[in-house]
Every structure is written in structure tokens, then in C-alpha cells.
Design a protein around this ligand. Structure first.
Ligand SMILES: Nc1nc2c(ncn2[C@@H]2O[C@H](COP(=O)(O)OP(=O)(O)OP(=O)(O)O)[C@@H](O)[C@H]2O)c(=O)[nH]1
Ligand SMILES: [Mg+2]
Length: 320
């Protein structure tokens, strides 16, 4: 399973407490204050890495705590700081505060790090409370609490091209024919239930494609598999819109997908979109000609026979 969204609780360490302590000397009952300060609490740090491509490590463990600062000690000794806790997340992960749904971090490149929850301050020992009127203060402060944060981590796959289209138009068949990606292909709708990546090597370069579940009317309201996975289209450069060439109403099918995209995020329609008409092997010569006339910009292919897939690669590369 591709884990692309998790909710976790982060708890930075509390600061250690300041203490009340006195100098010990022979023949002196109480030799002046010397209670040290508490150490600061450990913070929680998120670091992005290319070596991960899912949030699976957060599937079972939901609460992460950094170490508490140590209390101060006598002889003015400051307690040691709590250790920071560093959590590795895949590059392309957004961090959303669950309280107000605001994005608080977006780690888009590898090896970025941010302090997401800050450890508390150490408390003050009684050495700080000496005054002209009070040489022996029975006073020290507690450490302040570490920051507690409930966040959602959301991974947006980093791909160049996203395949979109109605169920069974042949998106998975095309990504498989192009990249050899290990995808499920089925003669029934919604055979793809989660995004799958495939890499298409093109000489020196390569393109990363992402296969998505089929989109149907009402997806933005949660119909079918819903449009939740459409977040993976937000960072791609090109949309590869797959139409089933044997569908009775091609234009309507195309428009219903566009409508869903728009309802999810209108800026998606600003992205370059390449229309691919699939299943050309099932069309007669006349039908093929009519199709080319009606959709001069589209690429007519067959995932089954491999017809015109080279042309599709070239067009994709041009656009990217
Ligand atoms: N004849 C023919 N059949 C095809 C072609 N491409 C795909 N199919 C068939 O169409 C059906 C659906 O293919 P998929 O690749 O699973 O379609 P999909 O768009 O990924 O479907 P969902 O994941 O459900 O959205 C399967 O039975 C495929 O074998 C093609 O070029 N020619
Ligand atoms: Mg599929």
C-alpha cells in the first residue's frame, strides 16, 4: 500500500527544572544558594530524504517524543539538554497543522530540515533569585513545556507526467507499455486503486509517470474513488489525458474528466495536457480517419499492440 497521508502527534521535550541547593561547607549549616538551571528540552526535527518514497514508517507509530531536559544540580550545574529527535520523511512531504489546516512546512528538496516542535526552556536554579534582601532564596522555576503539535504529513509524489482519464480507458496499460511499471490492468473499472510510479528512460533523460485511479463524474464529491489522489497531479508538468477510442461519446468523456479536475483545483487546467486516444487496434480504418480529423492534436495509440507509442514518447518529451 502506498501510504501518502498520515496524522501524527509530535511532543518536544519539556525543559528540565531549576533546583534549590546550598553550598556545603564544614561548620556552615547553609552556605549560600547554588542550585543550577534545568537543561532545555529536545526539539523535534523533520528531515527530507530521497531514500524514502512513502510515509509507511508512520503507519503504526503515531506519537513521537523528544527527550526532556535534565534538572539542574547542586554546585550551579546546569542540567544537560534533552536529545533532539530527528524524523526522516520522503522529499515532497507537506506538513499541515491539524488545528487550523495551515501548511507549516513543505520539504520539496532532499536533505532539508526544519525544527517542527521546539523543546521547552530549562527552569532557573535558586542562584538566580539572590537579592539584597534575600540571600538564601527558596525559589527555583520549573522548565517550560515542550511544544505539542498534531500534524498531518502529506506526500505528493514527484512525477513529471500524470495519467488521467475515465476508468478502463487504458491508463495502466499505457504506463505499463511505456515503462514496464508493475501495475494492475483489469477489464473492470477502478482496477487501479492507488497511484503507481513508472520511469520512462529517454536517452540521457528520464520521465517519471504516475498512473492514477480512474476519474468519474462526481469524484470531487467522493464518488468512485473520490478525487483525493488528484493531489498528485498538482506538481506534475504535464497531464496525459487518456481517452478510450471506442467510447460512444468521446467529447463528453473528455469533458467530464476536465470538469472534475476543475472542481478539484482550477489551476490544473492551466497545465499542458496531451490527449491520447487509446485502443486504436479496435477501430476500423474509416473510424481511425474520422478520429484523426476530429482530434488533430491527439495521439492515437494502442497499448495492446504498441502502435504509435514511440510517437507518444516523442510528444511527451517535447512538452516536458
Ligand atoms: N483492445 C485494447 N484493449 C485495451 C487497450 N488498452 C487497454 N485495454 C483494455 O482495457 C481494459 C482497461 O485497461 P486498464 O489499463 O486497466 O485501464 P485503466 O484506465 O487503468 O482503468 P482504471 O484503473 O480502472 O481507471 C483492460 O481490459 C485492458 O486490457 C488497447 O490499446 N487495446
Ligand atoms: Mg488503471
Amino acid at each position: 500500500m502506498l501510504v501518502d497521508s498520515v496524522e501524527i502527534e509530535l511532543k518536544a521535550g519539556d525543559g528540565g527544572d531549576g533546583v534549590i541547593a546550598w553550598r556545603r561547607e564544614k561548620f556552615v549549616a547553609r552556605g549560600g544558594p547554588e542550585g543550577g538551571d534545568g537543561g532545555r528540552g529536545g526539539s523535534i526535527i523533520l528531515r527530507s530524504t530521497h531514500n524514502l518514497d512513502t510515509l509507511a514508517s508512520f503507519r503504526f507509530r503515531k506519537t513521537f517524543k523528544a527527550e526532556r531536559g535534565h534538572n539542574g544540580a547542586n554546585k550551579r550545574k546546569t542540567g544537560s539538554a534533552g536529545a533532539d529527535l530527528e524524523l526522516l520523511i520522503p522529499t515532497g512531504t507537506r506538513v499541515i497543522n491539524l488545528v487550523d489546516n495551515r501548511v507549516i512546512a513543505d520539504l520539496t528538496t532532499s536533505d532539508e530540515s526544519i525544527v517542527i516542535a521546539r523543546g521547552g526552556q530549562g527552569g532557573l536554579g535558586n542562584v538566580h533569585f539572590v537579592s539584597s534582601t534575600n540571600q538564601n532564596p527558596f525559589e527555583a522555576t520549573k522548565g517550560t513545556p515542550g511544544q505539542v503539535l498534531n500534524v498531518k504529513l502529506e506526500l505528493q509524489l514527484v512525477a513529471d507526467v500524470a495519467l488521467i482519464g475515465e476508468p478502463s480507458s487504458g491508463k495502466s496499460s499505457i504506463i505499463k507499455a511505456l515503462t514496464g511499471a508493475n501495475v494492475r490492468i483489469g477489464a473492470y473499472n477502478f482496477s487501479t486503486t492507488e497511484p503507481v510510479l513508472g520511469v520512462l528512460p529517454l536517452g540521457e533523460q528520464s520521465l517519471t509517470l504516475v498512473d492514477l485511479p480512474g476519474l468519474i463524474e462526481g469524484a470531487h464529491r467522493g464518488k468512485g474513488l473520490g478525487a483525493e489522489f488528484l493531489k498528485h497531479t498538482q506538481r506534475v508538468k504535464v497531464l496525459l489525458h487518456v481517452l478510450d477510442g471506442t467510447a460512444p461519446e468521446l467529447k463528453r468523456s473528455e469533458n467530464s474528466v476536465l470538469t472534475e479536475l476543475k472542481k478539484y483545483d482550477p489551476t490544473l487546467l492551466d497545465k499542458p495536457r496531451l490527449v491520447v486516444i487509446n485502443k486504436s487496434d479496435l477501430l476500423s480504418l474509416d473510424e481511425t480517419k474520422a478520429m484523426q480529423k476530429k482530434y488533430p492534436q491527439a495521439v492515437l495509440v494502442s497499448a495492446t499492440t504498441g502502435a504509435n507509442l514511440k510517437e507518444l514518447q516523442t510528444r511527451l518529451l517535447e512538452i516536458v
